[in-house]
Design a protein around this ligand. Structure first.
Ligand SMILES: Cc1cc2nc3c(=O)[nH]c(=O)nc-3n(C[C@H](O)[C@H](O)[C@H](O)COP(=O)(O)OP(=O)(O)OC[C@H]3O[C@@H](n4cnc5c(N)ncnc54)[C@H](O)[C@@H]3O)c2cc1C
Length: 435
């Protein structure tokens, strides 16, 4: 098998060199899949989506296995910004224009429930992942300020969503110590967490509920049918359903999904630990922050007082040689006074986007289910996708039907052409941020 995003930037069996890996709760290495085995459901991918599917299916009494080419939480789930969103990835008015009020409302509620689900799972399974409440959207252009109060009012009036609060430029500058931002919005229904610890906690809960998880078990091919068949180098698995929860690391495993869901890379740095006063000057009340740029900057303070700053994307398979330099550039644009602060960790990861930034849910008649394409908003939505997929296997299709009604068109030219064309388009959008 040729090189893919599963191995081109990483070493087999090792987590990315992130602060998360360095500070994670201990977790055992799990066995490889071997021989011929039969399950009700075979899940490909041990990120939030696959682990949540496994947990919820096991709780419903299904016999389940999860196969991961690497390790539990090795993909985007164990190395992301840790920001727990609410609702869908795109603005609600945009969603209304795209799909109409009824579907927009249903999809929004699923996204709101998804944030609650993350908190519920943390509490129920006693997952130690340092959850902290609150996130801020910071406007990088003054002309956006007038839309803030309109959005807050729209969400309150039309959706009864009461947790958003407009931050004037003065309030913003008190909360986020950067001259780069004007006004913004605070949402207390959202929050942030240590993503690798959250993934490990979900995995432990799934194992406790009866799921079997296999690591270093890369799926080389699969086919739907009665039963579905899934192959690794050492195992052949028969199951009534296969759930593809591979997100940005899908590669060529399934062309139908690859036509609609595209991988992009994103990068994060962790500074050295900072003193309390410096942390408070960066983000006074400890929320996480993301800004309004097309290539979003997102940041927060870790449990041990580091600034975790994410920014910069690239659209080639390979990560840039100097990730530290790639991310330090936007970081110093936001916080120029950190120029002498040491960067202790720098890493990248691969997420998956769709054409219109809505997740791609697919339930095929041959037993294959796909959940992916969270477009940078997967901590809550991939967790929820796993629960919704488990309900669908159990014959409860209501939420799966809502999610699969959201349009996720093919990229122009499908999987083959999207690679040369899409980077050009995305680079153009990224450049627009600078004007
Ligand atoms: C740098 C970065 C920052 C991000 N920040 C945020 C954020 O702050 N908030 C937010 O909500 N979202 C964020 N995201 C997105 C979020 O991390 C993802 O949407 C989410 O983790 C997707 O979860 P998943 O389980 O679908 O996929 P993943 O966690 O990527 O897991 C997929 C798994 O599938 C496995 N796999 C793939 N192919 C095979 C195969 N053939 N055989 C076996 N296993 C296979 C992989 O090894 C991997 O472990 C970020 C992503 C990145 C990369």
């Amino acid at each position: 098998m040729g090189q893919s995003l599963l191995d081109i930037n990483d070493t087999l069996g090792q987590h990315a060199p992130s602060w998360y890996a360095a500070s994670a709760n201990p977790f055992p290495e799990l066995p490889q899949a071997e021989g011929s085995m039969t399950y009700d459901v075979c899940i490909v991918g041990a990120g939030f989506a696959g682990l949540s599917s496994a947990l919820h299916l096991s709780e419903l009494g299904y016999k389940v296995c999860v196969l991961d080419a690497q390790r539990v939480g090795w993909g985007a789930s164990g190395r992301n910004g840790g920001q727990v969103g609410s609702g869908q990835r795109i603005g609600q008015e945009e969603l209304e224009d795209l799909v109409g009020d009824t579907l927009a409302k249903e999809a929004f509620q699923i996204g709101v429930d998804a944030a609650d689900l993350v908190r519920l799972l943390i509490k129920k399974h006693k997952i130690e992942c340092a959850y902290k409440s609150g996130s801020i959207e910071a406007y990088h252009k003054k002309r956006y300020d007038k839309y803030g109060p309109i959005e807050v009012e729209h969400m309150r009036e039309k959706y009864g969503y009461e947790t958003m609060q407009f931050l004037s430029p003065e309030e913003m500058s008190e909360k986020v110590g950067s001259d780069d931002y004007s006004a913004g919005i605070l949402d207390t229904h959202t929050g942030h967490l240590h993503p690798l610890n959250y993934a490990r906690g979900l995995a432990q809960a799934a194992i406790d509920a009866g799921a079997e998880i296999f690591e270093l078990s890369r799926v080389t091919s699969f086919e739907g049918g009665k039963p579905c068949k899934v192959r690794t180098d050492k195992a052949e698995i028969f199951a009534k359903h296969v759930i593809l929860a591979t997100n940005g690391y899908l590669g060529n495993l399934d062309k139908q999904v690859a036509d609609r869901v595209m991988p992009i890379n994103n990068f994060i740095v962790a500074t050295e630990p900072l003193d309390d006063a410096t942390c408070k000057a960066l983000i006074r009340d400890g929320e996480c922050v993301h800004d309004s740029r097309f290539v979003v900057n997102y940041f927060r303070i870790s449990e041990d007082n580091r600034l975790l700053f994410g920014g910069g994307e690239n659209y080639t398979y390979k990560f840039p040689k100097d990730i530290k330099a790639t991310v330090t550039k936007p970081m110093l644009q936001i916080y120029p006074h950190l120029k002498d602060v040491r960067i202790d960790y720098a890493w990248g990861g691969t997420l998956a986007i769709t054409m219109n930034r809505l997740p791609h849910f697919e339930f095929r008649s041959d037993g294959v289910i796909n959940i992916s394409g969270y477009s940078g908003s997967g901590v809550h939505m991939a967790t929820m996708a796993g629960k919704i997929a488990s309900e669908a296997v159990n014959g409860q299709m209501a939420k799966f039907d809502i999610m699969s009604k959201l349009p996720t068109p093919k990229f122009p030219g499908g999987a083959a052409l999207r690679w040369p064309l899409l980077p050009l388009a995305l680079t153009w959008y990224a450049m627009r941020d600078r004007f």
